[in-house]
Design a protein around this ligand. Structure first.
Ligand code: HEC
Length: 400
């Protein structure tokens, strides 16, 4: 019953998380598009009012005319629309999901028994939980310090972008060494997503409040507040595509269970940012197909890096492959505790990921997936059932 309740809560949280994220990212992409699509106002009276750019659009059967002021209109309306709850809801629901999916069972989901670092392979569940939280918090602190130290007045944003890119390579590397592959991808995505939400919470919204308060008091707003809000929201836009990829990656073990998973992750992060760059420039009237072409090149490189190596998919050519009894024996010994219609393992109320190996037909029907997850060492989860390398080789040599 307890496992069922956790699964149900998980479903509801995931639903909320995806909806909030769609609303947030949708709005954020819309405003970046709007900002880049602004053209000088045609009417002289608009220019006199201080309008700096405008965009005409048609949507849902109506015509819209957006205007952006160079600084602010002479008088602010009282019903100004603010955007922040979508960002906070996305982060809060995502964090809650992380807690129930990973932190309730850290021994399986976080601790990486194959870590090249002995201390990381030997972490207890609690230590792994604390390390994961420190990793998220540390990611934000480092990112925020980079912004404050490198480009405090927003005049060295180019250099800052390079520094943030290097930081993400380090984050990808460290996460895959310390945590299981699946958790590493999620945590790297969460480092970016946390920076995005914290940018809204600590800089963008407070900056906007200071600007509004100054205007209400009849003072000129500090232009640095506006520029900083813009700097952070530009970062957010480049984080968006990579974060979405990393969040959905947990269904695709081939990308995170590879030895060079951190390289694959870095390639995807840069590919996402480059593809985003194309759209940002396109709205500003510049078509630069080289960006997405380069992005697709990185994805092809990732395809090549993550491809299963020949040695892990074919066994000895002249030796007789393992027979049904041998395979069934290994699956019973190492997998069915969890992967059965009624799993013995108390953590599961149903077969994890929908994979049940109760009969030979089911085992045979899922041969490809079984071989893939066993060769990549993703399964048995956390090598809980101590599968040896020789046993893995037997699964790899199985040919029907
Ligand atoms: C301790 C429990 C446990 C054991 C033992 C275990 N698994 Fe899993 N398995 C899981 C969980 C949990 C998931 C879901 C994780 C996920 O969503 O990626 C999973 C997912 C899978 C998947 C789907 C992976 C994907 O791409 O989403 C396959 C295939 C699989 N296991 C096969 C196996 C095989 C084969 C064995 C034995 C060699 C095994 N598992 C042993 C818990 C276990």
């Amino acid at each position: 019953m307890q496992a069922y309740i956790i699964d149900f809560v998980n479903l509801l949280l995931r639903w909320l998380h995806v909806i909030a994220a769609i609303a947030w990212i949708g709005e954020s992409i819309y405003f970046v598009m709007l900002d880049n699509s602004l053209r000088s106002p045609k009417a002289a009276e608009d220019r006199e009012k201080g309008v700096f750019g405008e965009m005409w659009s048609v949507h849902g059967g109506g015509f819209y005319h957006n205007q952006k002021y160079a600084t602010a209109p002479a008088k602010l309306p009282n019903d100004l629309h603010w955007s922040f709850w979508k960002a906070y809801t996305t982060w809060l629901s995502g964090f809650a999901l992380f807690v129930i999916l990973y932190m309730v069972n850290p021994g399986f989901y976080l601790v990486n028994p194959n870590s090249p670092w002995q201390w990381a392979a030997n972490l207890t569940g609690w230590q792994a939980n604390i390390l994961a939280l420190a990793f998220l918090l540390g990611g934000w602190v480092v990112y925020n310090e980079l912004c404050k130290r490198i480009s405090p007045n927003m005049d060295r944003d180019g250099l800052l972008s390079v520094a943030v890119a290097v930081m993400m390579i380090v984050v990808a590397y460290l996460s895959t060494q310390m945590f299981t592959g699946r958790a590493a991808f999620l945590l790297t995505g969460a480092v970016m997503a946390t920076a995005m939400s914290a940018n809204v919470f600590f800089w963008i919204i407070p900056g906007q409040r200071r600007m509004v308060n100054a205007m209400k008091a009849g003072d000129a707003p500090n232009p640095l507040d506006g520029k900083r809000g813009k700097q952070r929201s530009v970062h957010n836009t480049y984080f968006t595509l990579p974060v979405v990829l990393l969040m959905v990656s947990n269904h695709y073990s081939f990308i995170y269970s590879h030895e060079l998973a951190w390289v694959v992750m870095v390639l995807f992060i840069f590919a996402g940012a480059l593809i985003r760059q194309f759209f940002v420039l396109m709205h500003a009237g510049k078509t630069r197909p080289a960006y997405p072409a380069f992005g697709v090149g990185l994805i092809l490189l990732a395809f090549w890096v993550a491809a299963p190596s020949a040695s892990s998919t074919s066994g000895d050519t002249d030796a007789q492959g393992p027979d049904q009894a041998q395979i069934t024996g290994l699956i019973e010994q190492h997998c069915v505790q969890c992967h059965a219609r009624n799993p013995e393992h108390a953590g599961f109320s149903a077969p994890p990921a929908g994979f049940a190996f109760d009969s030979w037909d089911e085992i045979l029907g899922q041969k490809t997936q079984i071989q893939q997850v066993v060769a990549s060492q993703y399964m048995p989860l956390g090598n809980m059932t101590n599968m040896s390398d020789e046993e893995r080789d037997i699964i790899a040599a199985w040919e029907e």
